[in-house]
Design a protein around this ligand. Structure first.
Ligand code: FVH
Length: 306
């Protein structure tokens, strides 16, 4: 016997997949599966969030255990790492021999923890990081990064690819989350940059909308620079020609302009601090991309590398 008890083997309504969590995202993922004629069992902590999905053909489970035993594949689309453990720890025995696809946002370490917890209980684990909002599900515009069990990814690709463009990032279960959060880091710093600028011009009565009308196309055009920075970073040589030097990238006038308007310069001051570190280390004539070394040094060794 493979440790899957009789009741777990003969669920009330065997289905292709089970969805745990019917929030905005879980509901969108379930609807997409139903539209693609997959059979889905659903469960949500708070009752009453499955009405529409059941009307569209989903099977409502009365408990987490019933939900888990209904399908060979269990998808967890809950709020955070704790909610995954709170929901699944009590029924981990029922998950044995099945595949858990966790698309709940977690940190890389949390994803790795879930992967080893799952492995310890004979559960195949695939971690997913959703780079899309619910409205983008079922479109190619959305992306979902996966890492962990390659076998699970390959076996499930025809199904999970219904949700968005899928990309596998390796057997390290934390990698998909790392790429996801790194991209979100860039997005939020861009948003913070816009809001800081809006505060600066807001101090003289320009509306954020007027500012956005100028800032959005400008920032969109500037994203073309990313590939150039990336090439320099990957090459590791910050002296290659045709770069804006760190010395020329002195942003202290922007910091003073912000302070002069009574606006907290925190977002731009953070960039200046990264520049200052490299200039102080004697790299002022090298390219702006060298601030990468400030960031990397802090993370990797704790020792500031000169
Ligand atoms: N919505 C989005 O745009 C983003 C896009 C990128 C990825 N995220 C992540 O997806 C996970 C689910 O997010 P969501 O948008 O569905 O979130 P909610 O609508 O707030 O629903 C949350 C569901 O989680 C259940 N839940 C919360 N805590 C617990 C718990 N302790 N035990 C069991 N279930 C829990 C909640 O149940 P209930 O409140 O209805 O009882 C919802 O089903 C998330 O990781 C995003 O970061 C979405």
């Amino acid at each position: 016997m493979d440790g899957v008890s009789e009741t777990n083997r003969n669920p009330i309504h065997p289905t292709d997949l089970t969805m745990l969590g019917l929030g905005a995202m879980g509901s969108a993922l379930t609807a997409a599966l139903l539209d693609a004629d997959h059979s889905v069992t659903v469960w949500n902590r708070t009752p009453g969030r499955d009405t529409d999905l059941v009307a569209r053909g989903a099977h409502a489970a009365g408990s987490v255990r019933e939900a888990v035993t209904a399908s060979p594949v269990v998808v967890a689309c809950l709020l955070k790492h704790d909610s995954v453990h709170e929901t699944l720890d009590p029924v981990i025995d029922a998950l044995r021999g099945r595949t858990l696809v966790n698309v709940t946002t977690t940190t890389p370490e949390e994803a790795r923890e879930l992967a080893s917890w799952a492995a310890a209980h004979g559960v195949d684990y695939l971690d997913g990081a959703i780079m899309a909002v619910p409205a983008m599900i079922s479109s190619r515009a959305g992306q979902i990064f996966y890492s962990g069990s390659r076998a699970a990814y390959d076996a499930l690709l025809p199904i999970i690819d219904i949700w968005a463009t899928s990309e596998f990032h390796g057997e390290d279960a934390g990698r998909a989350s790392l790429v996801d959060l790194a991209m979100l880091s860039g997005m939020y710093q861009l948003f913070a940059g816009f809001v800081h600028g809006a505060a600066m011009v807001g101090s003289v009565g320009m509306s954020a909308c007027d500012f956005a009308a100028r800032q959005a196309p400008f920032l969109a055009a500037m994203t073309a620079e990313l590939a150039g920075f990336a090439k320099v970073i990957d090459g590791g040589d910050y002296t290659v020609p045709n770069q804006q030097s760190l010395d020329f990238s002195d942003l202290s006038h922007i910091v003073r302009a912000s302070e002069g308007q009574g606006v907290d310069p925190a977002p731009i001051a953070a960039v200046q601090a990264l520049i200052d570190r490299q200039v102080a280390a004697g790299h002022g004539s090298e390219g702006f991309a060298r601030i990468y070394e400030s960031l990397r040094a802090t993370v990797s060794t704790g020792q500031v590398r000169r």
